[in-house]
Design a protein around this ligand. Sequence first.
Ligand SMILES: [Zn+2]
Length: 245
Amino acid sequence: MNQSPIWGQYAGAVSLTFDDGTDNQLKQAVPPLDAHGLRGTFYLHARDKLMQTRSAEWQAVASSGHEIGNHTLAHICSNNFTGSRGGLEDCTLDDIEHDILHAQERLLTIAPQQKNWTFAYPCHCQFVGRGENRQSYVPLIAKHFLAGRGLSEYGFGNQPGFFDLASAGGIRVDRMSGFEMIGLVEELTARGLWVILVFHDIDGGVLSVAADDYNMLLRYLKRRRQDIWTATVAEVALRIHAQTK
Ligand SMILES: [Zn+2]
């Protein structure tokens, strides 16, 4: 087992992250986490409908110790994702910063007690503009947030001291079996890495993971809690930030 001083008693760390703030997650993702004594990170895009109809429920999620993260207001993606104009290729750095800070104002009303904030890039895109004018917006995330979650290659975790906290790599788990998720976590944490799993819905219509598989993973994480640190993105990022400066 890796004995990296970063992790103390643990071999490595895992964060369970959930994108978009869907109603499905309130019903299907949060209660099993609570039942297993685990905490997740929920990246909300602070759209009007969520703020008007689900604020109280997400406030309760935040109050019970889960992390609320910023996933922008408009969920701006590449034009190639949406098949329409007005996406990241047509944005400036000012546009995206304005959108993110507006979302942050709204999210602060959901989790006013939360001190450390992290960000997830919508559609895992980290740029504005196109061609010769394309620019990274990772520096904006580094300026405003403790950490940013992007996407890594399948089977890669984050190596403390080497990866960029503003662009930590997540692994998409859509449609994965419980056995596959457990295998990824077991193997990558044994190497002393931080594994960030990216969920959408549980037993739902959108990029779903089956509830049986999700619960299998949670049972495993609870069983392995002496060796594998399951914590929110902000908790892990804080530890890495403090120990790798
Ligand atoms: Zn999203």
